[in-house]
Design a protein around this ligand. Structure first.
Ligand code: HEC
Ligand code: HEC
Ligand code: HEC
Length: 276
């Protein structure tokens, strides 16, 4: 009896990790949208997931304590949520095997530990199969608001552009600064450098469109970022700009870009791929 918990515990799905040689991201079905922002703030689908996972564990916990009556209540609740969830996303209907949820209830009713283990394994596999196919993509698509709708004022051309276009302008002025410095074209380097610094400062306006706490903004666009921009501004106006110093500060800023991309770019790439 002592290791029932261990066995059931391992089977309970919802475990985020799985082994695979290949991960495929499938576009989440259209009808899932109604359970996520902006259509709903309630995360109804995810909330059923937590409920099923809790029920699963409650069965395990109660059987370990010899409380079969409570275990049965939770098993029934699990079945109920499982059936309800199976109707939420028609495109995913086939992942659900209602008979296995019923078998699970019967197994708990029989108070036969081996039967419970067997039934929970089979039911748990239906959870895992869907998770392997869909969980990562759903998280990347529905847990991050889209950058596609965010517009930024370009401080050089005085027009509103989408995030992607702003990034292109920003990175082109950064590249132009490098190129003109390499070529020894001081005047052009100055212009490109000023444009780059202005655009980099303009990034800040974007953060508060999603973040309500200043600390998120500061974690990436903090003092080191501001200082590096101020230094570049200084350095490019010198009669003979110190190339090495400018490149050193550009590298610091490059780290900032990478940090933000590490957090935000991957979900955005997946969303954009699916948007087409
Ligand atoms: C919010 C944090 C954030 C910061 C800070 C940031 N980026 Fe980005 N960047 C993004 C996102 C999000 C995208 C994807 C935008 C899209 O395609 O809609 C992106 C895309 C890009 C792209 C690809 C553009 C394209 O569509 O081809 C480049 C190049 C780029 N960023 C350069 C930079 C540079 C250079 C910096 C720093 C000076 C920087 N970014 C700072 C978030 C950020
Ligand atoms: C038809 C597909 C499907 C089935 C079947 C399914 N799930 Fe899920 N589950 C998902 C998706 C998609 C997510 C990610 C949802 C999100 O993050 O918003 C998820 C997330 C979860 C999570 C949350 C993990 C986390 O921290 O983000 C738990 C726990 C979970 N499922 C448990 C279960 C259990 C237990 C079962 C079976 C009894 C089950 N699921 C069956 C699709 C499914
Ligand atoms: C389109 C919406 C959006 C924009 C714009 C955006 N973020 Fe985020 N950011 C998120 C989401 C979503 C997360 C994941 C954490 C969460 O769910 O709250 C996140 C996470 C972060 C985190 C780590 C967790 C935290 O909340 O501190 C940092 C740091 C961060 N963003 C910085 C920035 C900075 C800096 C900018 C502006 C340059 C920015 N973000 C712009 C949506 C956005």
């Amino acid at each position: 009896m002592g290791n029932v918990g261990l066995v059931l515990g391992l089977v309970v799905a919802g475990s985020v990790l799985f082994a695979a040689d290949k991960i495929i991201l499938k576009k989440p079905p259209e009808s899932l949208k109604k359970y996520y922002p902006p259509q709903s703030q309630k995360f109804e689908f995810l909330s059923n997931m937590y409920s099923m996972s809790t029920s699963f564990y409650a069965v395990n916990l109660n059987i370990n304590e010899g409380n079969w009556d409570k275990a049965l209540e939770w098993a029934k609740k699990l079945k109920e949520t499982y059936l309800k969830t199976s109707k939420m996303v028609p495109e995913w209907k086939d992942y659900f095997k209602p008979k296995l949820a019923e078998d699970f209830v019967k197994a708990v009713q029989s108070k036969n530990v081996d039967r419970v283990i067997e039934a929970s394994k089979k039911l748990g596999q239906t959870c895992s199969r869907c998770h392997q196919d869909n969980q990562i993509a759903v998280k990347l698509v529905f847990h991050f608001p889209s950058f596609d709708e965010i517009k930024l004022e370009d401080p050089i051309e005085f027009m509103e552009v989408k995030t992607g276009d702003y990034m292109k302008k920003l990175s082109n002025s950064m590249k132009a600064l490098r190129i003109y410095l390499e070529q020894g074209n001081t005047e052009m380097a100055q212009e490109a450098g000023t444009n780059f610094v202005e655009r980099a400062r303009g990034l800040r306006a974007m953060c508060s469109k999603c973040h309500t706490q200043k600390i998120s903004e500061e974690a990436i666009l903090g003092k080191a970022f501001e200082d590096a921009l101020a230094k570049i501004e200084d350095l490019i106006t010198a009669e003979k700009p110190n190339k090495d110093e400018i490149f050193k500060n550009l590298a610091l800023i490059g780290n900032t870009c990478t940090k933000c991309h590490n957090v935000h770019l991957i979900p955005e790439m997946v969303q954009e791929a699916f948007a087409k």
